[in-house]
Design a protein around this ligand. Sequence first.
Ligand SMILES: Cc1cc2nc3c(=O)[nH]c(=O)nc-3n(C[C@H](O)[C@H](O)[C@H](O)COP(=O)(O)OP(=O)(O)OC[C@H]3O[C@@H](n4cnc5c(N)ncnc54)[C@H](O)[C@@H]3O)c2cc1C
Length: 500
Amino acid sequence: MNRKHVVVIGGSVAGMATALALDEHGHRVTVLEKEVLPRCQTAVEAFELWERRGAPQSRHSHAFLARLHNSIRERRPTLYAELMEAGAEQLRFKDMVDEVYEAPEFIPEDDEIVLLACRRITFDWVLRRHLEKHTEIEYRDGVAVEGLEASRDEGSGLPHVTGVRLAASEGDGCAAEVLRADLVVDASGRNSKLKHWLAEIGSAPLEEESESCGIFYCSRFYRVRDGVTPPKIEGPIGADLGYMKYAIFPGDSGIFSITLAAERHDDAMRKLRNVEAFEAASATLPATRAWVDPAVSEPVTDVYTYANLKNTLRFFVVEGTPLALGFFPIGDALVHANPISGRGCTLSWLGSYLLADAYAAHPDEPLAFARTLFAGVERELIPWYLNMRDQDRAANERGRMEASGEDPFAFEREDGTIDPKAYMHSLLRDGLLPALTEDLSVLRAFMRVFNMLDAPADILKDSELLMRVMAVWQRRGERDPIRLGPARSEMLEQLKQTAA
Ligand SMILES: Cc1cc2nc3c(=O)[nH]c(=O)nc-3n(C[C@H](O)[C@H](O)[C@H](O)COP(=O)(O)OP(=O)(O)OC[C@H]3O[C@@H](n4cnc5c(N)ncnc54)[C@H](O)[C@@H]3O)c2cc1C
């Protein structure tokens, strides 16, 4: 066995998953986390004490998709059992369908569609405890990385990272400590200093593609009252109203959360950041109304907000050449997308295992390691990013049209031709959406892609599914449009009354 020392920058989901995956191959791993995370005996205590300033999204709603749920259950059954002991629960597709369809005909693959209902802080707390109990991984919190140490690789001319420079502790007056490593992994999240660190060691400039997701997030957590059975989940846990997206996230230990995400330039909707407005909106939405009924639950936190959400892809490998050897970014530091898709933790987990596998194949060939890993990233991760980016572009365009008084669903032009974009909008709203509640095959296909079990291909490219959706769309005149929530004007009126 070729045992190496790997330093991982960042001790959140991607950092811990990378450490676990490398530990499985017998490497020595040191995780460096800048935040001090107080020792807690339970996940409930961690929810109270972990501020997570380094990863503030940890205090927002999180969905853990079936691809992640299944991978944890198969690869690390002990970790899975620990999550369940900490109060996490399964959210099964079959249970959801049973609430909506009469005598549904299931297929064996339906057992694969199971989400994990768990708070993000609980997830991270269980992971951290798992590392301590079952592995040799060294997890050092309160240790911030300030930069990289590197030499020049003579063959390729690329910088070769040989370690990290730690920020000197306050008041110790010593030179910053350097920690040597055979491989350094950057798992320091979306705000990684990667670009700056690479420039310092003389790499070619790091290019990135980054654009706004177009929304801001507001989340609040609630506890189901003792002795009360939570309302049934009878369909999708979220919806897009155009001016606002919303979702309800069952968590662990009787806690659930609600997220409302409005368009970032919509000043009137900024009121959602206030507790009163958030409550009024949640009590108005059909999917959340029963949950926030004071007889059912009580709020346990304020409303948390998160602005400046972006879809970002960083090009660390360009035309087969990495910007540096002995180094690779993973998790959000490499790629992140609109959180409304709930894919970030799954992508981080998958990326971590891709990294460990590539390192197992090429422990002493840094160029081959980077190329193999990047091929995996291109194959397994980037298609999800592109899918989300393109969906956001379409949603933002629809929003712009609505704001300027145009109807984005009017596909018949005056000259008798068809506007293909508007036609697609109409097919989604008046075909796919109702088909989810009428046709189990369509719902299954949608949920498999949503849960990252099938590739992010447009399900309307499947000719059989397209026929089914078209059949529902053809009958659009026979039913009222599905109402997922009030129109913006009604919602604003509701918020105005609350303020008054
Ligand atoms: C509002 C919001 C909601 C989300 N909802 C979901 C969801 O429902 N489902 C889902 O799967 N994903 C969701 N995501 C995405 C998910 O949270 C991220 O994909 C995931 O946290 C990425 O993990 P990471 O380890 O790469 O980065 P992070 O979790 O951001 O962690 C980075 C870590 O690095 C540490 N760090 C930073 N700099 C340094 C340094 N110099 N030295 C040492 N340590 C450092 C930080 O303190 C932090 O602990 C959401 C994201 C947001 C913003």
